[in-house]
Design a protein around this ligand. Sequence first.
Ligand code: GLY
Length: 418
Amino acid sequence: MISMKEMIKNWLLLLSLGCLMQGCSRSDQPALQDTFAAAQQQYRHLSEQADSLQKFPRTIDAQGQLTGTNEWDWTGGFFPGSLWFIYNQTRNEQTKSEAIKWTEKLEAAKDLDQHHDIGFVMYCSYGNAIKYLDDPAKIQAYKAIILHSANTALKRYDSKVGLIKSWNRKKAWDGTTVWQYPVIIDNMMNLEMLCYASDISGDPKYREVAISHANKTMENHFRADYSTYHVVDYDSTGTAIHQQTNQGYADNSTWARGQAWAIYGFTMMYRETKDPKYLQTAKKAAEYYVNQKNLPEDKIPWWDFNVGQQGYASDVDFSGRGLTEQPRDASAAAITASALIELSGFCSANESEIFLNFAKASLKTLSSPAYTAPLGENGGFILMHSTGSLPHDSEVDVPLIYADYYYLEALSRLKTLN
Ligand code: GLY
């Protein structure tokens, strides 16, 4: 049962976000503080449950109970990362202790080499800790952990192929194709840690791998209209041999979160290298997303842009799922909003306005009661209505820790911009 005090807080939160998204600047700084204060309260609830579960929060089950992961999953870094974003705005000591505790619980993952996600895991946690913690001894130790993690990431890089392998051998939905060297668009997100490893070590090899990976992703993951394939499989010489999907609707469709990773990944690679071809790619991928005809008015995408459309045939049978409407993916909206805010800083005034307005409109929807849960509910997560993987019938229309992470990052970026 939600108390009157919490109802008032929720109402103030929504009021402040409404103001923020309409583009108020200096005057909404105190209002945005209320947003992070509410997030802090919600995450206190999440932290308590995570402590009893002794797992990294990921989502909730059908009974509304928290479910979590150990450090070997791809999502462990998002909980400490979200705590760092909150701490950076509130300077609350308890949040800081929680952020340190959950960051340091991930240390063993510096050897995570069974999939490509070590960048997500270690950079969203330790990377943000380095940014926001004022403790030279810890920062030095954390940098060593990041460097170790970057070396682990390179174990999945084959210079003949020129990319980091995302997954080990895996069967496609068509039931016959077996991917040997699958690379997914999500993998762009692991490159930020490599660029940072070069910065702190002075060794260019990490950034060179990131650049090679981004270049080949540009060549093979994009269609002519800058929509993206989810999975590209390579042979041992680095030739792309399959362009398919794993979490999207069809091989030729555009999985909404995949497009979000592409916008974010190429914006980040432009920031890190200043290579104009990455900026061009980020802008084109962003234009595809913001001009998407099949995007609901409120800017929160369906989980895939092409479900059921003519010319798109899925290898997955969705008929027994009882879906009356396609689920949305709030996580894709949050990732895209965060990416567009950064991208808007690299564009002409006209483009910048388009991208920033789109991001603000998305954040306004995400901050409304349609997507932001009342305090104390939703298992302690902030956002509702994300979709993990519909083809796998997994995490459909639920809160997801990474939706919260990119939402908090987007709000932090917007505050910096203001
Ligand atoms: N592989 C990360 C995702 O599901 O988006």
